[in-house]
Ligand binder design. Structure first.
Ligand SMILES: Nc1nc2c(c(=O)[nH]1)N[C@H]1C(S)=C(S)[C@@H](COP(=O)(O)OP(=O)(O)OC[C@H]3O[C@@H](n4cnc5c(N)ncnc54)[C@H](O)[C@@H]3O)O[C@H]1N2
Ligand code: MOO
Length: 404
């Protein structure tokens, strides 16, 4: 029987997701959060016509000829506007960011003037309306600034603050519980040195990409290959209020692979169990009520690739993020590739600049899903579609660059 495709599995994992409730956070803490509603400008920027330069605010008609001599009747600085109005033959000393005085429409930069007491003379022509930032030229009151579903960047924080938002409505952070299963597992620095031990690595990569996607991570540690212990961990995650439970290990078909039976025993309905993916064939996804469960394979590369392909899009979807599940870039193959089999392949690859504005993606020579040294050396995942024909070096391909 043909296994479910990666696209179908992704649609089931991250497709039908209702975003979590909104909460308000100070703008200073909004980086990486996803907007729960549109943010409109609470004021115009600039709020009035303002000078873009240090110089003199004038009436354009008064400086049509050079030199022009005008009486300096006052000063306008940022935050300290000139109170009066400027009439014909008059000007005001002005500084960058200051409100343009009433009656003026142009700023002559000070380098193009001479000053003699209360008189200013122009030494070069200035076009009418030059060096003025019109009111609302950046954004006007009521204008839509940032849209719901958008992930807030450092630049967006500046825009939101300038639009006069002290607090921002964002989706609550999804709570992600992590469980590592395996009798062989020990935490770094905690092993006895026995050859049968394997040091936990998967939890660290999964926690890092989950946090980067906006999740709050609860690490439930290592659980033995024992049905009741695994069931207890599943219950612990549910009782702790997890939105997503992520397990690693025990997903395959061996006698000690107990994740599927444990999930079923805890009333988690599996919608995905095994997909046409390499690495990551034994992926599981299911739900109990609003809690989603991703059962990832234990092989470290498989767990990480599945985390990037399914966990990160799910975390994003739970925040209402409207960006695509993952971003691919075009590249060219750095070597010949044989035809692919029925599993869509995400190969660990290096990326190089081709010197002509493009990228060259070359798969690392060994692709075994246990190899952390290869994963760490890679820059990207090179996508090979299921049943892709052989392709020659230089052929177009697509890659998912690692974001960190
Ligand atoms: N007869 C078959 N055997 C296997 C199949 C299959 O279809 N038929 N699928 C293979 C594939 S593909 C994968 S992937 C693995 C997945 O196995 P499990 O999810 O059951 O993973 P484990 O057996 O628990 O562990 C595999 C490997 O990874 C190490 N591991 C586990 N957890 C961690 C962790 N948290 N940190 C670091 N390393 C971890 C573990 O020690 C094992 O070496 O099954 C194949 N077998
Ligand atoms: O997911 Mo397994 O890593 O395909 O070998």
């Amino acid at each position: 029987m043909a296994l479910m495709s990666v696209a179908e599995a992704l649609a089931r994992v991250a497709g039908p997701v209702q975003p979590l409730a909104e909460e308000w956070v100070p703008v200073a803490e909004a980086a990486g959060r996803v907007l729960a509603r549109d943010l409109i400008a609470n004021r115009s920027q600039p709020p009035a016509d303002m000078s873009a330069m240090d110089g003199y605010a004038v009436r354009a008609a008064d400086i049509a000829a050079t030199p022009a001599q005008l009486a300096v009747i006052g000063e306008s600085a940022a935050g300290r506007p000139f109170a009066g109005a400027v009439g014909p033959g008059e000007c005001v000393r002005i500084f960058t960011g200051a409100v343009l005085p009433e009656g003026t429409d142009t700023v002559v930069i000070q380098e193009n003037t001479t000053r003699d007491g209360g008189l200013m003379a122009t030494t070069a022509p200035t076009a009418a309306l030059r060096n003025v930032r019109k009111a609302g030229c950046d954004f006007a009151t009521g204008a839509p600034g940032l849209m719901a579903g958008h992930r807030i960047t450092a630049r967006d924080m500046m825009l939101a603050a300038a639009m006069d938002h002290a607090e921002i409505p964002v989706a609550r952070r999804p709570r992600v519980a992590l469980v590592q299963t395996g009798d062989e597992l020990v935490m770094p620095g905690r092993g006895s040195g026995a050859d049968s031990e394997i040091v936990v690595s998967n939890a660290f990569g999964l926690a890092a990409i989950a946090r980067a996607a906006g999740a709050q991570v609860m690490d439930l540690g290592v659980v033995r290959d024992d049905l009741s212990a695994i069931r207890a961990a599943i219950r612990e995650a549910m009782e702790a209020g997890a939105d997503v439970l992520v397990s690693s290990g025990g997903a395959s078909v061996g006698d000690h692979d107990l994740m599927a039976p444990a999930l079923k025993a805890e009333q988690v309905e599996l919608e995905v169990h095994k997909i046409a993916l390499r690495p990551g064939k034994p992926l599981m996804f299911g739900r109990r009520g609003a809690v989603r469960v991703l059962g990832l394979p234990g092989n470290p590369v498989s767990s990480h690739v599945c985390g990037l392909l399914f966990l990160v899009p799910l975390i994003r979807a739970l925040q209402g993020d409207t960006a695509p599940a993952y971003r691919t870039l075009p590249a060219r193959l750095g070597c010949d590739m044989p035809a692919n089999d029925w599993r869509m392949d995400f190969m660990r690859a290096t990326l190089e600049d081709d010197g002509a504005g493009g990228l060259v993606a070359t798969p690392l020579p060994v692709q075994d899903s246990s190899l952390l040294s290869v994963l760490a050396a890679a820059d990207a995942l090179l996508i090979r579609e299921a049943d892709a024909p052989a392709a020659a070096a230089g052929a177009p391909c697509r890659v998912i660059p690692f974001a960190d």
